[in-house]
Ligand binder design. Structure first.
Ligand SMILES: Cc1ncc(COP(=O)(O)O)c(C=O)c1O
Length: 341
């Protein structure tokens, strides 16, 4: 199969229309079989549930070309189950988990020419999502839904090397206690837009959100979970019911323990503790783990020892090991690498 003629190593993180996407519709209490289509347009009623009451959930995942030339997807079963959790929380019908994985595979196979080659630093980003399609004017769940998966090649997060980020502690809240912070619903991202636009305008890369109830505990950023490394080399990550259970973070915690022999603990983290940590990173599908160099809390700065030029040593080991597993250079735990035949 011939690859598309793209300058793979200069791709950014943006949408590019690929050849095929998967579409399935839910009506009268059942999902149809679904099919691939070349049509990238969605036509829905002006009063659709998604347009009026934001009834939409999504996932983000990646397909890679491994060192030996296979196309693989990283832990798609976890995205399938997280999307099922998201759907249940918003009173949407679950798209069956095994069918979710099959749909994602179909999209990757149909767009194999768009999967960036090994070593380019680029990957094929996959976006499964679903939304309420029929007219809903009273506040209630829709009766009809559409599930879709599209793919778009994206560039490396770290262009020209790893530059540690500067983040600010946000005055805005991301997620309420007992709200929807733990699911991947579009509404969580809509409400984070003002915070990220103002953070960028003030020169910060991201926001650190604290728990909405007390503003004393670390939660996450708008699009990634936190990992910290203590001065004695332990990996810690915030435990909270209102953060998204990042698949990358769960994988990195496993890598820390089982591959690197480190202690790794998920627990509540007070913001007051952050100044004592040796390293800080943001983890998610897009970035794997990106180092944070500096956190600014209303004029007070916390600077991590590795500085603003390089990743800290533990962050680097975590990054190298996880990307090694994803790219087939390091043996993966059972079930992590899903080969698309
Ligand atoms: C709010 C939020 N937290 C964390 C993550 C990281 O999750 P994952 O590692 O599953 O991509 C994401 C990105 O998907 C996110 O949007």
């Amino acid at each position: 199969m011939e690859k598309k003629n793209i300058d793979w190593s200069n791709l950014g993180f943006s949408y590019l229309k690929t050849d095929k996407r998967f579409v399935s519709n839910y009506k009268d209490g059942a999902w149809d079989k679904g099919a691939l289509t070349g049509d990238d347009q969605v036509t829905i009623n002006e009063c659709a549930g998604v347009l009026q009451y934001a009834q939409t959930v999504f996932e983000g995942m990646k397909a890679y070309t491994t060192e030996d030339g296979r196309i693989v997807i990283f832990r798609p079963d976890l995205n399938a189950s997280r999307m099922a959790d998201s759907a249940r929380r918003l009173e949407m019908p679950v798209y069956p988990e095994e069918k979710f994985v099959e749909a994602v595979e179909q999209v990757v196979r149909a767009n194999a020419a768009w999967v960036p080659p090994y070593g380019s630093g680029a990957t094929l980003y996959l976006r499964p999502y679903m939304f309420g399609t029929n007219a809903v004017i009273g506040v209630k769940p829709a009766d009809e839904y559409q599930f879709r998966v599209f793919a778009t090649p994206v560039g490396p997060y770290f262009k020209g090397g790893v530059k540690p980020l500067t983040i600010r502690v946000s005055d805005f809240d991301r997620a309420a206690p007992h709200g929807t912070g733990h699911i991947k619903a579009g509404l969580n991202y809509a409400m984070s837009l003002h915070a990220i636009v103002t953070a960028h305008a003030e020169g910060y890369d991201e926001n650190m959100y604290l728990d909405a109830a007390t503003h004393t505990k670390v939660e996450e950023t708008g699009g990634a979970n936190f990992l910290f490394v203590t001065k004695d080399g332990k990996v810690v990550t915030p435990k909270s019911d209102s953060i998204l259970p990042s698949i990358t973070r769960r994988s990195l915690m496993y890598v820390a323990k089982e591959y690197l022999g480190l202690e790794a603990e998920e627990r509540e983290i007070a913001f007051d503790e952050v100044k004592d940590f040796a390293e800080c990173g943001l983890c998610g599908t897009a970035a794997v783990i990106s180092p944070v160099g500096r956190i600014v809390d209303h004029g007070q700065e916390i600077c991590f020892p590795a500085g603003m030029e390089t990743m800290g040593p533990v962050t680097q080991k975590l990054y190298d090991t996880l990307t090694g597993i994803q790219m087939g250079r390091i043996e993966a735990p059972k079930g992590w690498i899903h080969v698309v035949e």
